[in-house]
Design a protein around this ligand. Sequence first.
Ligand code: PLP
Length: 388
Amino acid sequence: MNRQRIYFDWNATAPLCEPARLAMVDALALPGNPSSVHAEGRAARAVVEAARRDVATLVGASPASVIFTSSATEAANLVLTPHFRMGRAPLFVGRLYVSAIEHPAIREGGRFPADRVTEIPVLRSGVVDLEALERLLAELDPQDGMALVAIMLVNNETGIVQPVEAAAKIVRARGGLLVVDAVQAAGRLPLDIERLGADFLILSAHKIAGPKGAAALVSRGETLMPAPLIRGGGQEKGHRAGTENVAAIAGFGAAAAFMTAGLDTRNAAIGTLRNRLEKGMREAAPDVVIYGHDVTRVVNTSFFTLPGLKAETGQIAFDLEGLSLSAGAACSSGKVGASHVLTAMGEDAKTGGLRMSLGPSTTGEEVDLAIGIFARIAARRKLSGKAA
Ligand code: PLP
C-alpha cells in the first residue's frame, strides 16, 4: 500500500495479513483437487481441513459445522431459506425477521419472497429493539411455520454491538431460529456460537485480513441444515457444491488463526487510537455528531456526520487529502446514498454519514494526520443552513 495514504476503511475490507498471504502462496502451488483420493488431492484436502479447524476455533464451533462459501453474501443466501432439514425430516420456516440495520446481504431476504420478510426496528441508540422483536414473534401464527430471525452482532456502519444473546433467548422461547451475521464482529470480539445462542453464524475472510472471496456459514450442530443453494458434486458434505477455492480457504484459515491470537492486546491498542481520533475530531469541530459513543461499540469504528457536509462530498474531500474512508457502507457500484442505518435510527439521513474504521496496523502518526485532515475539511464546509 502507498505509504502516503491513510487507509481508514478496514470495515469495507482489511488489508491481507502476512500469514494469510503466505498460506495462499503455498496453497497455490498445490496441484490437487481436494476431492481426489490420490496424494495430491489429499494434500489439498489437508489444507482445507486445517483452515476449517482455524475458522471453527475463531467462533468456538466444531470444525464439522463450518461450510465454506465464496462470500458472506452467499452464506446469507444459503441460510436465509424457508427450507431446512432437521436430520432427514423437512422443516419449514414461515417468516424471516431481519433487523432494520442489517447489511444488504441479509436485508434482501435471501430465498424468502419479499412478503414473508418482516423488519425489526432499532432504537434511536442504534440498538435492535428487543421488545419489538418479542411483539413481532408473538404475532406469528404457528400454523404459518416457524420464525427465522437475522440479527447482526456488530453493525458495519456504526460499529454498534447488538444484544444478540438476549435476542437468542427471545427467539428460542418462541421456537424460532437465529442467524447472526458476525462478519464485522469476528476478530474484534471474542466469539462463541454456543454462548451467543445463535443457530448459524456468518463470517467473511476479507473482513479479518484474509482474502476476498472466501467466507463461511457456521452452524451450531449438524442436525439442522438449510437446503443447499448450490447443488452439484456434493462438496462441503452436500451443503455447497463446487470445487473448493483452496488458496482462498487457506488464507481464510490463516487469518482466522491470526485474529484469534492477541485479541485483547490488539483491541486495547486500536481503541486508544480510535478514542484519540474522536477526541481530535471533537476539538476540531465541536458540532460533529459521533454515533454510538454512548452504547457498546467495537473499538475500531467511528461513524459521524458533520453538519453542512454531505457524506458524498466528504468522502471525495478525504480521498483527495490521502485518507480513505467510507460514506456509509461501500456499495458494489461505489454509489453513496442515504444511510439505511441512520434512517433506521430515526436520524435525518439525507446527508449520510462518514465512517472511519481502523485496524491492527493503524499508527498514532496516521491518527494525528487524520485529525489534521478532518480539521481542514471541517473548516472548509459551508454552514449556510443547507447541506453543502
Ligand atoms: N455483512 C456485513 C456486516 C458486512 O459488512 C459485509 C460486507 O460489507 C457483508 C455481510 C458481505 O460480505 P461479503 O463481501 O463477504 O459478501
